[in-house]
Ligand binder design. Structure first.
Ligand code: ASP
Length: 326
């Protein structure tokens, strides 16, 4: 039987350990474990990697602890504008939506658009209308709002007024995004990513998460990648495709390619003087797993081909209890 594998992330950032209560950290880890279980169940039943990444990402969109779906960031006008994409490594088919305001699970809309096939990318009202017409769940804006994001927006506006935007606490609140990469029994790779962007982002701003090749990329025989971090730099560096290119053209292994792009290209970008906070999860065609980040922490989780599941936020790694084996 062919190897299956799964990895997820729930965003990277400064993640100060005292920025959340121990209960919130534990809940976030539990929700990461749930997302892994949702994706793994698809894979162990012989399902497709695109369905596995959708299931894992949708589970994190439903959690208030991550910046996607319920709990997404607010833009400068206090509005949620949601971005998501999915890519099938077998066919290079992809679907992406951006600046959507009502779609409960943006990743499901991206998948439906990929299956529909008439467009790869829909934005704004067109994306919302597509989801409604596809029969997907839609919600009022209030569904996506959590007290944490409201407080973060107020804090960021206060920092902006005081000229102190680049302090660590504001950096922490900027980061988010969820993503998944999977390898199915047929040997096909897939990737999906979903985000609210960052707090206080300009209205209409689109990040890297829905940009195929930047925040999301999958190609059979090479790799599947989902990223988190400052989207503008992921777009400029075409991060997902760059990692795939290093593997395909330079013959680098998955870990080396991810390390180069996250730790050298992004961290040492000439476009800024500061560090470009970034992280990726990636899978290779034989189930190799990479979870690389240049920030103090990244919400992440993975299941080895043997079925052992782990979640982590910082360096300490936690095995997932009662993980479904079949
Ligand atoms: N990449 C996301 C964006 O720029 C945000 C993040 O992952 O922190 O929209």
């Amino acid at each position: 039987m062919n190897t299956i594998a799964l990895a997820i992330h729930g965003g990277c950032g400064v993640l100060p350990l005292d920025g959340m209560t121990e209960t919130e950290w534990a809940e976030a880890r539990t929700d990461l474990g749930r997302a892994l279980a949702a994706g793994w169940t698809v894979l162990t039943r012989g399902g497709r990697s695109v369905d596995a990444v959708e299931a894992a990402v949708a589970a994190m969109e439903d959690s208030p602890h991550f910046n996607a779906g319920h709990g997404a960031a607010l833009n400068e006008n206090g509005i949620h504008e949601l971005d998501a994409s999915i890519m099938d490594g077998e066919t290079l088919a992809a679907g992406a939506i951006s600046a959507a305001r009502t779609i409960r699970n943006p990743v499901r809309a991206a998948h439906a658009l990929m299956d529909d096939g008439r467009a790869v990318f829909l934005t704004g009202e067109a994306a919302d209308a597509f989801a409604r017409n596809a029969g997907l769940a839609v919600e009022p804006q209030s569904y996506f709002t959590t007290p944490r994001r409201v407080a973060a927006l107020a804090a960021m506006k206060a920092h902006a007024a005081a000229g102190t935007e680049s302090t660590e606490s504001t950096e922490n609140e900027k980061h988010g995004t969820v993503g998944a990469v999977a390898l199915d029994r047929a040997g096909h790779l897939a990737a999906a990513t979903s985000t609210g962007g960052y707090n206080n982002k300009p209205a209409g701003r689109v990040g890297d998460s829905p940009v195929i090749g930047a925040g999301t990329y999958a190609r059979d025989g090479v790799c599947a990648v989902s990223g988190t971090g400052k989207g503008e730099f992921f777009i400029r560096h075409v991060v997902g495709h760059e990692i795939a290119s290093r593997i395909a053209y330079l013959g680098e292994d998955l870990g080396t390619a991810c390390e180069h792009v996250v730790m050298e290209d992004l961290a040492g970008s000439r476009h800024t003087t500061g560090l470009i906070g970034a992280g990726v999860v990636a899978l290779g065609p034989h189930g190799e797993i990479a979870a690389v980040y240049n920030t103090p922490g990244m919400f992440r989780g993975w299941v080895t081909p043997e079925g052992a599941a782990f979640v982590a936020t910082h360096e300490q790694v936690f095995p997932v209890a009662d993980f479904p084996r079949t």
